[in-house]
Design a protein around this ligand. Structure first.
Ligand SMILES: *Cc1c(COP(=O)(O)O)cnc(C)c1O
Length: 359
């Protein structure tokens, strides 16, 4: 653990990731309620049943629901359930399953190969998918089995309903199953203003890993199998991978809090609106270059190295390893106008200094 973060109260509000935020009040209060008394363990409790039923209502289908403790576990176990070890998974070059899961999908599937697909703005190029599947059909090539899509994407863009339908149709025509990494599914939903089913099972998604942590939960991602057959023995996979929490109610009760009166969508809409405001204000600063279309809760900037260093010296944290070297600024359910104003003021200052030095 890093020492510099020793005193949590000293950490300023940051834009490095939406997972820097705390637990939203709706999730927190339900967790407290769940703390009263004793209930059955390992997910055989009423909180877990309620959370699963809420997800079925919200997605308007009788899906199989499981909970995992991290998005990495959810993605890796979901992908493993779709593949044999000799199969391959096609995903975007920038996909979290490729770049940020330390090989967990390959590990849990006993060697399934990840094949990387190019595409603008973090979205998979469907022609490239078709080529990659058809280029080889012989026994020496890892057999393509899954198309994995991230919604919203790692670069803060959002697949439209039409784009997802086209991806789903192509995948199924090519004999691929469709996995969706929905770590920021709620942000995509709030951005598109459509119903959950339209960008999931109706578009051909077989399995959705639905993010909770970045949307206001303490921990816990949901895995929704719209194709119920694919969930066969998934409970054993979860247990074997250490994902079956004995006190499952403390994962599921916050989900109930998040879902039962729409907090998940309010949180996501708030985060998106903050990013929209941040982008609008940053665009007014001379020298600012926004990198990708901002459609969810992140803004990527092409920052001169000196300006990035100066921002860091002023105490700001942000990631530059995700979007082609861009600096990512991410809003959450907890971002405030004052936080945005503080970042914008410092950005203005460091870019003015940069202009003086380079001019
Ligand atoms: C954050 C994130 C995840 C989940 O990451 P964990 O740290 O394993 O919980 C998965 N996919 C994407 C695109 C993410 O941004």
């Amino acid at each position: 653990m890093s020492r510099e973060t020793g005193n949590a109260s000293k950490i300023r509000v940051q834009f490095a990731s939406d997972n820097y935020s705390g637990i939203c009040p709706e999730a927190w209060s339900m967790m407290q309620e769940a703390n009263a008394g004793h209930v059955l363990s390992y997910g055989d409790d009423e909180w877990t049943e309620r959370a699963c039923n809420l997800l079925r209502e919200i997605f308007e289908t009788d899906c199989e629901v499981f909970f995992a403790l991290t998005g990495t576990a959810a993605n890796a176990l979901a992908l493993a359930s779709l593949c044999q070890s000799y199969h391959s998974v096609l995903c975007h070059r920038a996909a979290h399953v490729e770049t940020d899961e330390c090989g967990a999908p390959e590990f849990f599937s006993n060697g399934t190969k990840i094949l990387l697909v190019p595409g603008e703005n973090g979205k998979i190029d469907l022609d490239a998918v078709e080529k990659m599947v058809k280029v080889r059909t012989d026994i020496h090539y890892p057999k393509p089995r899954v198309l994995s899509l991230t919604q919203a994407t790692e670069l803060g863009t959002v697949y439209s309903v039409e784009e997802l339908r086209a991806a789903g149709e192509l995948a199924h025509r090519l004999g691929l199953r469709v996995h969706m990494d929905g770590a920021r599914f709620a942000n995509a939903l709030a951005s598109l203003k459509v119903t959950p089913k339209e960008i999931s099972w109706q578009a051909g998604v077989d399995v959705l890993c639905l993010g909770g942590a970045k949307n206001g939960l303490p921990i816990g991602e949901a895995v929704l199998f719209f194709n119920r057959e694919l969930a066969h023995e998934f409970d054993y996979r979860c247990k074997q991978a250490g994902q079956l929490l004995s006190k499952m109610r403390f994962v599921s009760a916050p989900w109930v809090g998040l879902l039962h009166d729409g907090a998940w969508l309010r949180n996501a809409a708030h985060a998106n609106a903050c990013a929209e405001k941040l982008e609008a204000e940053l665009r007014q600063i001379p020298g600012v270059r926004v990198m990708f279309p901002r459609q969810a809760n992140s803004v990527f900037l092409q920052l001169p190295p000196a300006a990035a260093a100066a921002l860091r010296a002023r105490g700001w944290r942000f990631y530059t390893f995700i979007g082609e070297g861009g600096a990512r600024f991410m809003c959450s359910w907890a971002t405030t106008d004052a936080d945005i104003a503080a970042l914008v003021a410092d950005m203005r200052a460091v870019l003015a200094e940069e202009a003086v030095h380079s001019g």
